[in-house]
Design a binder for this molecule. Sequence first.
Ligand code: NAD
Ligand code: TYD
Length: 351
Amino acid sequence: MQNLLVTGGCGFIGANFIRYLLEESDFRGRIINLDALTYAGNPLSLRDLEERLPKRYTFVKEDIRNREGVARILDTHAVDAICHFAAESHVDRSITRPDDFIQTNIIGTYNLLQLARERQQRISLFHHVSTDEVFGSLGDTGFFVETTPYQPNSPYSASKASSDHLVRAYHHTYGLPVTVSNCSNNYGPFQFPEKLIPLMILNALEGKALPVYGDGLNVRDWLFVRDHCTAVWAIMQRGKRGETYNVGGRNEMQNLAVVHAICDLLDEMAPALPGGKRRRELITYVKDRPGHDRRYAIDCGKIEQELGWQPAESFATGIRKTIRWYLDNSAWIQAVRSGDYQKWIKEQYGT
Ligand code: NAD
Ligand code: TYD
């Protein structure tokens, strides 16, 4: 892996992954970050790398729906491995606007697979980053394992399931060297403030309402983003080609418990709200998400046993680091929230 194409590297996990590879891991090659810069893509997250490591890091604005454009990038940069993060990733948006999810997550992945297949002599690995949501919803007990049947419930998870099946088929039919990771919910630095944890941190910081869907008792299995990055890299290096690996943090929590933890930490770490109001008082129960999956929980025994991977953070340590990051990075937050930011992207990178 000398010339690694990372798709979606300006998003939350992709940006953390690129930083991890270039700043912490034993990877010694070059990264070409291909990203369409949708509302979720933020080149500011990696801006310093463009300046500090110009020989090892290149950003290219391109859309995986544009097969010709992606083909040019693969050839210009002699790409020999692909790590595919680019996707529409927010369940709520998939409910109101499924079209982008079908186009990017399914057709975009198909384009990449087809292009990789056409360059199979050069491309040593296609790693596909996916989600545990493809397995559907659990009851009170049990865990998702790699062989759990797919039962996606939202347009988002259905589009990711579809892309997983295409990746599998390209390995089975054409012998494309692939690996797949199905990971639980991530949190950490650089996450766009539409997902539960950054949304709650910023609203609670500013004394705004904290919208909890339904009864707040849905369960997610939270993983600090750096732990996801180490897992993806372990799979890319040592994972068996054609295999899938579940990645999770053994940190199952009800949403309400997550929100309580954020409120209490902010009461401790941030300036107090007017009148000394406790942040838990901001919690507001709102209408439930349609088709809301009740519980996700990952059995990550396979990656632990076969690849020796372990998460480094507990929820207690990871959430403290995450809150610290949001408290210390108000410029990043202002940028992603402001309309000016999209204007700035247009000026820098064209439409
Ligand atoms: P994100 O929404 O923060 O980032 C997605 C990135 O993809 C953005 O930079 C966006 O500009 C880019 N993108 C979107 N459409 C594109 C297109 N057509 N062409 C090129 N680039 C495009 O997402 P994330 O949370 O970083 O998730 C990354 C991947 O990890 C996704 O595949 C997601 O399904 C998967 N995943 C996410 C989680 C999670 O908790 N966030 C958990 C498991 C798996
Ligand atoms: P989210 O971060 O959107 O991830 P996903 O739906 O992919 O698991 O949501 C995590 C959980 O938090 C999910 O059960 C929905 C819930 N949630 C809220 O209660 N309020 C919110 O404002 C958001 C965004 C999510």
